[in-house]
Write a protein that binds this ligand. Structure first.
Ligand SMILES: NC(=O)c1ccc[n+]([C@@H]2O[C@H](COP(=O)([O-])OP(=O)(O)OC[C@H]3O[C@@H](n4cnc5c(N)ncnc54)[C@H](O)[C@@H]3O)[C@@H](O)[C@H]2O)c1
Ligand SMILES: [Zn+2]
Length: 373
């Protein structure tokens, strides 16, 4: 079998690193990790689901090197991004004698990546860290860019740090065991990169979504690589989100409100909330007159083809009224004087940050939108 590894560099000065994308990378991970390891040992952090499916392959590959390693297996799910899990994880890393030059390896989705990355950021004031993302969402989004953290009872991702990995290994083969619903949720973030700044990529996705869903390796490679390049470009320009990085939040102001309203439960996965949120962002842009009519319809048709919900009516159970959703947004985004920040669109592939959207416009739009759905 001919094998291809694509490399996407993330240019952050002395904190620069590579994202390697390909098939069969896990089986070669020992050697690849050996290339960046400064110390002697590694601690793998993963969850039960991923451990069952993919931990043996990583361990076997590390066993072929002289890197000593331990594995710490945590329960799956968002609840693991907690203070309690962070404390347990830090103590277990200390017990394993992980030193600053050793490596914490996050093997899992965004939950494991965010938690393990944050533990690595604070343990001994910062130990080295690598990501082996196992969900599509983690491969195209959460493993790239160095945002790490946990949830507080007061809100999601409120406690965290920027801590860049030394290496990201995105093995496309790992996606074959991912449940279809999780794959679709990650796909929302792939489509996001086209919508926020790359119209030709969105055109390509429209033509290739079925191949991507069907597991076509070439199509998946192109989708993951283009997404990582887009995120790497934005992160290199604005590492700590003072400017353009905000564009990555397309669909997330509406989406976060829906996630909060549904209690971050199985009713609505993050990517599903983002899919609905992106359609709403385009509808809102049309409603405000920024964008030609018909764009939102095209966005919705594409996301629906990927198996994603595109309207609030598709969320099981009832939702709070528009006024309450706006109240959630206000809290989420620390609105200033009745003004909210949204990522709005002029066209597919052309978005901008609007920092002065009036709350009453959002409420009126949502009332019309929810009635229509
Ligand atoms: N740091 C960032 O920049 C950033 C960006 C986006 C999202 N996030 C965070 O990412 C998290 C969501 O990540 P996620 O969607 O990857 O969820 P997740 O980590 O919970 O994984 C989803 C589910 O899939 C399972 N799983 C993972 N890989 C698998 C595989 N290969 N085969 C079978 N099952 C597998 C997991 O056990 C879990 O049950 C959220 O907490 C979110 O806040 C962070
Ligand atoms: Zn997201």
């Amino acid at each position: 079998m001919s094998r291809r590894i694509e490399k996407v560099p993330v240019a952050l000065g002395e904190r620069s690193y590579d994202i390697l994308i390909g098939q069969g990378l896990l089986a070669e991970s020992g050697a690849l990790i050996g290339d960046v390891l400064r110390g002697r040992q590694a601690a793998i952090v993963t969850d039960d689901n991923v451990a069952r499916l993919h931990l043996p392959s990583l361990q076997a590959s590390l066993a072929k090197t002289d890197i000593t390693h331990t594995a710490i297996v945590l329960p799956p799910g968002e609840a693991t991004k907690s203070y309690a899990s962070l404390a347990t994880l830090c103590d277990r890393l200390l017990l394993a004698n992980i030193e600053r030059r050793d490596l914490v390896i996050a093997l899992g989705g965004g939950v494991i990546g965010d938690l393990a990355g944050f533990a690595a950021a604070v343990l001994r004031r910062g130990v080295d860290f690598a990501q082996i993302p196992t969900t599509l969402l983690a491969q195209v989004d959460s493993s790239v860019g160095g945002k790490t953290g946990i949830n507080s009872p007061l809100g999601k991702n409120l406690v965290g740090a920027f801590h860049q990995p030394r290496l990201v290994l995105a093995d496309l083969d790992l996606l074959t065991t991912l449940p279809q619903r999780e794959f679709a949720a990650g796909y929302a973030e792939v489509a996001k990169y086209g919508l926020l700044g790359d119209a030709p990529f969105f055109d390509w996705l429209e033509a290739n979504v079925q191949a991507i869903l069907d597991g076509d390796a070439k199509a998946r490679m192109h989708a993951v690589k283009t997404s990582c390049e887009a995120k790497a470009r934005v992160v290199a320009e604005d590492e700590t989100e003072t400017g353009v990085r905000a564009l990555l939040n397309l669909g997330h102001t509406f989406g976060h409100a829906l996630e909060a309203a549904t209690g971050y439960s199985n009713r609505l996965l993050h990517g599903e909330a983002v899919a609905i949120g992106m359609v709403q962002a385009f509808r809102f842009s049309e409603w405000l007159g920024h964008c030609a009519k018909g764009m939102a319809r095209r966005v919705a048709a594409h996301l629906a083809k990927a198996g994603l919900p595109v309207a609030t009516a598709q969320i099981p159970g009832s939702l709070p009224p528009p006024h309450d959703l706006v109240a959630i947004m206000r809290q989420d985004k620390k609105a200033v004087a009745g003004r909210l920040t949204f990522i709005l669109a002029r066209a597919i592939g052309e978005t901008f940050v609007a920092r002065d959207v009036r709350e009453e416009d959002v409420t009126a739009f949502l009332a019309a939108d929810l009635a229509q759905a």
